[in-house]
Write a protein that binds this ligand. Sequence first.
Ligand SMILES: Cc1cc2nc3c(=O)[nH]c(=O)nc-3n(C[C@H](O)[C@H](O)[C@H](O)COP(=O)(O)OP(=O)(O)OC[C@H]3O[C@@H](n4cnc5c(N)ncnc54)[C@H](O)[C@@H]3O)c2cc1C
Length: 512
Amino acid sequence: MTSGSLNARRRERELAELASGERVDIAVVGGGVTGAGIALDAASRGLSVALVEAHDLAFGTSRWSSKLVHGGLRYLAHGELGLAHESAVERGILMTRTAPHLTRAMPQLFPLYPSTSRAQQAVVAAGLRAGDALRRAARTPSSVLPRPRSIPAALALSLAPGLSAHGLRGALLAYDGALVDDARLVVSLARTAASFGARILTRLSATSLSADLVQARDARTGSTVDIHARQVINATGVWAGTLTGSVRLRPSRGSHLVLAPGTVPMGTTSVNIGVPGETNRFVFLLPQPDGRVYLGLTDEPVPGPIPPVPVVPESDVDFLLSMASSVLARPLTRADIAGSFAGLRPLVEGGGRSADLSRKHAVLAGADGLLTVVGGKLTTYRRMAEDAVDAAVRLAGLPASPCRTARLPLLGAASRAELSFVDASPRLVGRYGTEAPRVAALGELDAEFAAPVGPGTEITAAEVVWAVRHEGALDAEDVLERRTRLSLVPADAEAARARVAELVDKSLAGLG
Ligand SMILES: Cc1cc2nc3c(=O)[nH]c(=O)nc-3n(C[C@H](O)[C@H](O)[C@H](O)COP(=O)(O)OP(=O)(O)OC[C@H]3O[C@@H](n4cnc5c(N)ncnc54)[C@H](O)[C@@H]3O)c2cc1C
């Protein structure tokens, strides 16, 4: 196996190899969860792979998710049993085999107020029981995701002390999966793919695609490069339709607000608030391991050109604040908002409202032989990747072994029992798994690396150095925006920016 370290030096070397005309089996365009998943699937089957990403790993939708590993409950309500089962199976694989270090069980509270009718309560309870049946069918143990149950109001208030006690008659409590961070999953996938020899090339924008050629521009030098492949796969998510005419997408915006630690007393339990008039739509208050709380999400169609980074409109802010305030002891105001983010769902064109469009994925072969994979969810990336690589193998007649990713731990993964013995702080183990002691060791070698990069964050200089040496960060923005997520609260990013920039420059110089 090759090293799983991604950095500027490796990028330069591998780009030169490809520019010299070397042909790979598979070139995948897009460095989100789908593209990184495809790179890992293909490389671990023994195929040679190049991944081409215009900006940075997880630049697109993959970093703007709710960071949930869904069990597929909402698909049941749409009668999509196969999709619900697939989601539950993939959740189980991530939580028990491939990425236990990046995932956790998140308790979910459905508070019951007078505005929730007995009939609505019965519908939610039946849904949670069905969700638990999916968990059992997917063979995910209840020790990983406990069974749902009804709890009295006093227990609900002790789990989520910020809830209003007024009229609270109890709650339903269930469990689903959550990621420590979505961008970290993408980086881990890309690094694991790199450990099987995949070339992961960021800052390389594809300008035209065909079945066997990617023409790209290097954003660092301005030069153009042709990448020859036996099969090209377009995995550019919501941008897929800009590179091929064979797919039509209907992007839908989902917005989240970020609340600073302590704004809403939450503990570790998320709160689900039913959207009035809808049986299967909820707004979530999602507590994160760093104490921040995400409040999301909306689902609005976004016609027209696709922005590189979507913004949250005021109407989404109003909707989310009023939904959360309807169940909180202290209503939220705009002054409580520390940050916000929005992402565009890459929904495949179909009839109906965007909230009703299927989250199924599609692998499409264009008349020109180019493969495009779109749709799906973060949770089901592995299955999308398997289907896309199977299609590529068939179409191009590639000599590949069967898919093995369902049993392939990502770099840093280990069982929960093994992780509990890793010699590093729980925060580092939650982000780096078995690699956490190597990150911590940077701080032991040099005391200045053990210190946080800014006030109000626990993220250390060592993590910035690690991001540059091993996680493919090429500048301070990569670190602030995607390796650490400090930018989700702009004030935190500003406070750390100068220190992070200094560390990135030093670390890049150290790579030689
Ligand atoms: C608000 C929101 C919340 C969500 N929450 C969840 C959740 O909690 N759980 C869940 O399972 N799913 C969730 N999803 C769905 C999930 O996030 C997406 O399905 C998934 O991230 C899509 O990944 P992708 O790799 O296909 O696309 P992207 O992550 O968008 O990746 C595409 C990449 O292609 C690159 N690219 C574009 N054009 C080019 C080019 N010309 N050359 C090279 N590269 C290019 C982009 O820079 C980008 O990095 C959510 C989606 C949204 C919008």
